[in-house]
Design a binder for this molecule. Structure first.
Ligand SMILES: NC(=O)c1ccc[n+]([C@@H]2O[C@H](COP(=O)([O-])OP(=O)(O)OC[C@H]3O[C@@H](n4cnc5c(N)ncnc54)[C@H](O)[C@@H]3O)[C@@H](O)[C@H]2O)c1
Length: 321
C-alpha cells in the first residue's frame, strides 16, 4: 500500500515526501504545478524524490476526473494541495481559493470514502481562528477574518461531514511554517531575500504582529504521527511552533544571521492579517505525543543555507544557459 501526498511539489508536501521516502515508504504525489509562484521552484523541490524508485509523481489537478485513480492502492492520504495566502483570497481571488481549498477537498474526501482509504490527514490553518490576544485552543469558536480562513474552515467542516460517514480524518491547523523551500510570498522568505539581495522588505503595519513560527521538519513529523496514530476520531489539532515572536525581532535575527541590514518599506496594515497567532499545544501533545522541537534560530539557519544554495543553483543554471 502507498501513501498519497497531494500538493506534492509544494513547500510542505515535497518536504513530507522526502521524509516518507527516507523511511522506505512507497509514495505517490499529485500536483498541478499551479502558478501561485514560479513552478521552477516546485520542480526543484521534487527533483531529488524523482530519483527514488519508490516515488511516482502525477502532474494533475485534483479537480480533473482521473487525477485520483490510484486511491484503490492508497493507505494514507496527506492532503496538502491548496491555494495558500490570505491576501490573494480577497476580491475575485476567492474563486481560486474556493476551487482549490473547498471543492478539491470535497472531491478528494468523496473518493477516499469510496476507496476505503485508511486515514486522511488534512492541512488546515491557524487562519480559522481570527483575532485573539491569547493562545488559541481547538475548543475556541473559530472566527476567520479572511476569505482564505473561511475556505480552510469549510474544508475542516467537510472533513467532519465525511468522518460522520465513516472516513478516518485528522485536520491539522498549521501555524506559519518556515524552513528550506518556503514559498516566496511568505515573510521569512522575503526577509532573507531583502537581506541577501538588498531588496526592500514590505512591512505591513508597525511590525508588532506576533506569530507562532513552526519549522517545516516539525510539521513533517506531526503529519506522519497523525497518519499513523491508531484512531483519528475526526480530530482537529493545532500544529504550531514555540512562543510567538514579534516581526521586528525576527527581522533583527535575520539581519544578524545574514550579516546585512534589511531596508524596510513601511506600508499600511492589511485586512485579514491577525496581530497574534499563538498555538496551544496541549491537545496535540496529549493525542499525538508531538511538540515542536526546532528552536527558531536553528530553523532560520537551515532556511538561510537553502537560500544560499538556490541562488548558487540559479547562478549556475544561468551560466550554463
Ligand atoms: N505554509 C504555511 O505556513 C501554511 C500555514 C497554514 C496552512 N497551510 C496549508 O498547507 C498546505 C501546503 O502549503 P504550502 O505552503 O506548502 O503551499 P504550496 O503552494 O507550496 O503547496 C501547495 C501545492 O498544492 C498544489 N495544488 C494546489 N491546488 C491543487 C489542485 N487542485 N490539484 C493539484 N495540486 C494542487 C500547488 O501547485 C502547490 O504546489 C496548503 O493547503 C496551505 O493552505 C500552509
Amino acid at each position: 500500500m502507498k501513501d498519497l501526498v497531494t500538493g506534492a511539489a509544494g513547500f510542505i508536501g515535497s518536504s513530507l515526501i522526502d521524509s516518507l521516502l527516507g523511511k522506505g515508504r512507497n509514495v505517490v504525489g499529485v500536483d498541478d504545478f499551479s502558478r501561485n509562484y514560479d513552478p521552477k521552484q516546485k520542480r526543484e523541490n521534487i527533483k531529488e524524490a524523482l530519483q527514488n524508485v519508490n516515488f511516482e509523481m502525477r502532474s494533475a489537478n485534483l479537480l480533473e476526473p482521473g487525477s485520483l485513480e490510484m486511491l484503490n492502492e492508497v493507505d494514507t492520504v496527506y492532503h496538502l494541495a491548496g491555494q495558500p495566502g490570505v491576501q490573494t483570497s480577497w476580491g475575485s481571488g476567492f474563486e481560486t481559493h474556493l476551487e482549490r481549498n473547498v471543492l478539491a477537498t470535497q472531491i478528494l474526501l468523496e473518493r477516499c470514502l469510496e476507496n476505503n482509504v485508511r486515514r486522511v490527514v488534512i492541512a488546515s490553518s491557524s487562519s480559522v481562528y481570527g483575532p485573539t490576544n491569547r493562545e488559541s485552543k481547538e475548543t475556541d469558536l473559530p472566527h476567520p477574518v479572511s476569505p482564505y480562513g473561511v475556505s480552510k474552515l469549510a474544508a475542516e467542516h467537510l472533513a467532519s461531514v465525511y468522518a460522520e460517514r465513516g472516513l478516518d480524518v485528522i485536520s491539522l491547523r498549521l501555524f506559519t511554517v518556515y524552513g528550506p523551500r518556503q514559498r516566496p510570498d511568505m515573510s521569512i522568505h522575503r526577509m532573507f531575500n531583502s537581506a541577501l539581495k538588498g531588496e526592500p522588505f514590505p512591512l505591513w503595519g508597525e511590525g508588532k504582529q506576533r506569530r507562532s513560527f513552526t519549522f517545516v521538519d516539525d510539521i513533517v513529523e506531526v503529519f506522519q504521527l497523525a497518519g499513523s496514530v491508531r484512531e483519528a476520531r475526526n480530530r482537529v489539532l493545532n500544529a504550531g511552533g514555540a512562543e510567538p515572536v514579534e516581526l521586528l525581532d525576527l527581522i533583527k535575527t535575520v539581519e544578524e544571521l545574514v550579516g546585512c541590514p534589511i531596508t524596510l518599506q513601511q506600508l499600511q496594515k492589511r485586512p485579514g492579517d491577525p496581530d497574534l497567532t499563538c498555538a496551544s499545544k496541549d491537545l496535540v501533545t496529549e493525542e499525538l505525543g508531538w511538540k515542536p522541537k526546532t528552536p527558531l534560530e536553528i530553523g532560520l539557519r537551515s532556511q538561510l543555507q537553502w537560500h544560499n544554495s538556490i541562488s548558487e543553483h540559479f547562478h549556475t543554471l544561468q551560466e550554463v544557459g
